[in-house]
Design a protein around this ligand. Sequence first.
Ligand code: CU
Length: 365
Amino acid sequence: MSTLTILLVLGLLLVVFGLLFRIQILTAIFSGSYVRQIGTSNRVNALLMLVFMVVGGAAFFWSFAENFGKMNPPIASVHGHAMERMFWTTMIVIGIAFVITQALLFIYSYKYQHQDGRRAYFFSHNNKIEVIWTIIPAIVMASLIFAGWKAWTRITGPAPKDAIVLEVMGKQFNWLVRYPGRDMKLGVVNYRLIDAANDFGFDLSDKAAADDFVASEIHVPKGHPVLIKIRSRDVLHAVYMPQFRVQMYAVPGMPTRFWFTPTTTTDEMRAKLGNPKFNYELACNQICGKGHFAMKLNIVVDEPDDYVAWFAAQSPISKNADLMASYKQMSQQTGLGKGGSQGAKASAIEETGESPAPLAAQASL
Ligand SMILES: [Cu+2]
């Protein structure tokens, strides 16, 4: 309490001194004895404005040119080109406005530095200027937004019916991936069934869940639409695949999605870049916690035949003994799944337990 009182007294003293100082200046001005000292700092500051514009501007353009390759990875999806056009159109328009306004800001600061005897021209209102600087930006911004809205609507519209479906779930701190099995239907999951072995919370009383499989990397076929269903298990993450120009939030409690068509296989991209170690990557680009940097996953774009072969070689979750055991235990504890409220039978697992061998549904690839 006494500390607070001391601080309060000190604060009030400062205010009193400030007011006394101000009164002294005002008295000097009105008595005519006040001489304003401009000094050299006025000119130095004005010159520094120009220096900052030239040096800062040069550094900005240098860093932009130097990192252009990193900001602009090669495009490997169909919609990526539309996205790219939209992005660069916007960048050019706002870039021109940025350069003009910033240059004027610094040049005018130099030009209109203090000079004895010079007074600023004051006007309270000018309709012509108001109209110009309202209408021109309004037309430009509305055009950009309309073009962007049209492209974005097309990109994020419903996926084609024959799209490959997979689900990506973000969690602190990695990505989990699951594919529907040969029934091409993602099975039911329930967060209450999640444990160390059952990462997704598969509800195996659902027939469609039993032949789902989880994968340690994403495989997608070249030239075929891919629908990624996106979920988060804990906090906000984001699915970011730079070469495919895919970016979508993974939101807890609110499933999102994004579909795209890859155009270049991993091998083709390696040859194109001359980098045999290149891999497409799914990275989280939301700072989601201390292990955020580790949230990445390889993506392999296969030729369609290779993709079908990879798909056929995957083992359904019902073949995973650990997962089965943990599911049985969890379903007994929670009353979910087997004999639970959903009423379905866990024996569905045995019915569809074999490997997803010939993939009739994939024959169209
Ligand atoms: Cu994340």
